[in-house]
Each structure stands twice: as C-alpha cells, then as structure tokens.
Design a binder for this molecule. Structure first.
Ligand code: SF4
Length: 281
C-alpha cells in the first residue's frame, strides 16, 4: 500500500484546541474541496515528489507506508505532542490510513497512565463534557485505546465531508478537528447534510471539536445554520471561531459572532492562526 504526500514536517499547531502544541505533521496530497480561503493550495493536487525539510529529503510519490513510518520515527518523541494528519484531505486516502495508523509509532518503552481519559468513553459519559485542556497536557492521556502501544496520539484535521471514509478509521484516531464550511465564506456549495452526518458519526466515539472560519463578509444566517448543525448533534461539542487571515473581520464582528454562537453552544473560543504569526510552517 502506498500514499501520496506533500510533506512530513515538525511544527507548532497553529489552530484549534491544540494550538501551541508541537506536532509531527503528515500532509496528505489531494482534496475533494476547493475552499476560497485555502491556505495550502499546493496540497489540493498530488505533486511528483514530497518533502521532509528537517532531514533534507525529497522523495517520489506515491510512497510506501513503511517509508512514512521510518520518517516519523526519526523525529524526537520528547518534544512532540502528537501526529497530525493534515492535507489536503487525509480521509481521501482511507486505505492508506487503515494500514498506516495501527502501526505508526509503536512504542517499546514505558507509557504513562491514561486512566483519566479512559473514563470518558467506557462509562457512558458524554465524551465532550470532559473535553478539557488537561487531557491534552499529557499527550498519552489523549490516546483512546489504553492497550495501545502508540507513542503519539493521532490528530485528524478534516473538512468533514467524507463520513463513510471516517467510519473505516475513526477507531484509529484520537482527536478530530472538523471544519464546518459556510457556503458564502468558503465559496463552496452547501454541504449541511453531509457535514451533520460526519459530525454525528465522529461524536459517537471520538474527541472532536469544530471550527468555523469567519471573515468580514460572513453571512449571519448561514453562520447560525452552521452553529445549529453542531447543536443538533451535541451542544457540548467545542467550536473554534477562526478569523480568516486574508479577510480578517473587525473586532466588533468577532465579538458579535462569538456571542451568537455562545448562546447556543457551551464552549466557543476565538483563535486566529498563530503559526502565521510565529512564521513557522
Ligand atoms: S478542505 Fe482544506 S485543503 Fe481542501 S480546499 Fe478547503 S481549506 Fe484547502
């Protein structure tokens, strides 16, 4: 089995609930959408070669999964919180994920206890009520399967439009960051039903948070529809409002959209992309 990649690199997570954590990013090539605000257009298609800047590597696509494992293993586990599957849309390559994820970063040494996290899904509690930062401070505590020998939690960044693909790999993923696309802001045709289906499926088993990109021209009606989509699944699912970098909304607009969402959902935060500010990839 092979995968098509753009790059594997080490950086700081610049968005969402894990903002500020150091991750190993596996950027998959190819995307089924064409968002107007896309900040990684190079990942929409499959390049002839993919890169590992840290180790000065440029290798041809498609790549054997063993080689992906070998590259990930070369990064220092002491400084990385988790592995981020990003893109493009990683779920487009679901067959590769099915094979890659179970064996990615098998650990031979001693693991830390993760009993705190285990409580969330084994005793029928709402997994989202326990979605608190302390669960992320110790990366091992975010790994869903306590028997797992994986070194890193697996974090999926997804556009949330491929529910049948998600179903095949959701048990191999620890944390899901899902974009909710507002048609006018993203320039996409409405995808409400498929996005709701995806969110429902993910929220059954995974620790998930949602993200909505807001710009100066965000339409209030469709913003509320996106918020309501989350509420219909579970009003405790966290929402991150991410101001669009190229069309940053005014402070008044940011506060107004936060208030609108917070009246409906129990956890709403505003977080701009910080990797741009830091100048890291
Ligand atoms: S889903 Fe993500 S990678 Fe695909 S076009 Fe939209 S922003 Fe870009």
């Amino acid at each position: 089995m092979k995968a098509n990649l753009v790059e594997i690199f080490s950086s700081i997570q610049g968005e969402g609930m894990l903002v500020g954590f150091r991750q190993i990013f596996i950027r998959f090539a190819g995307c089924n959408l064409r968002c107007s605000y896309c900040d990684t257009p190079a990942a929409m298609t499959v390049p002839e070669t993919w890169l590992v800047p840290e180790f000065d590597l440029e290798l041809p696509n498609p790549v054997e999964l063993d080689q992906v494992r070998e590259v990930v293993d070369r990064f220092d586990p002491r400084i990385h919180h988790s592995v981020s599957l990003t893109g493009g849309e990683p779920l487009l390559q679901v067959e590769a994920l099915e094979e890659l994820l179970p064996s990615l970063n098998q650990e031979s040494g001693v693991r830390t206890d993760n009993s705190e996290f285990r409580i969330q899904n084994s005793e029928g509690r709402n997994p989202h009520s326990a979605f608190r930062i302390p669960h992320f401070e110790n990366p091992q505590s975010a790994i869903r399967n306590p028997q797992s020998k994986r070194r890193y939690p697996i974090y999926l960044e997804t556009n949330g439009t491929l529910p049948t693909h998600l179903k095949r790999v959701r048990d191999l993923i620890d944390i899901i960051a899902m974009d909710i696309h507002l048609p006018q802001t993203s320039g996409l045709v409405p995808q409400w039903d498929i996005q709701e289906q995806f969110l429902r499926l993910a929220a059954e088993t995974n620790l998930i948070f949602t993200k909505i990109v807001i710009s100066s021209g965000t339409d209030q009606e469709e913003f509320l529809r996106g918020v309501d989509l989350i509420r219909k699944v579970n009003s405790a699912i966290p929402l991150i409002l991410q101001p669009e970098a190229k069309d940053f909304p005014s402070p008044a607009l940011i506060l107004s959209y936060h208030a609108l969402a917070r009246k409906v959902l129990s956890s709403v935060r505003v977080i701009p992309q910080i990797h741009r500010r830091l100048g890291v990839p």
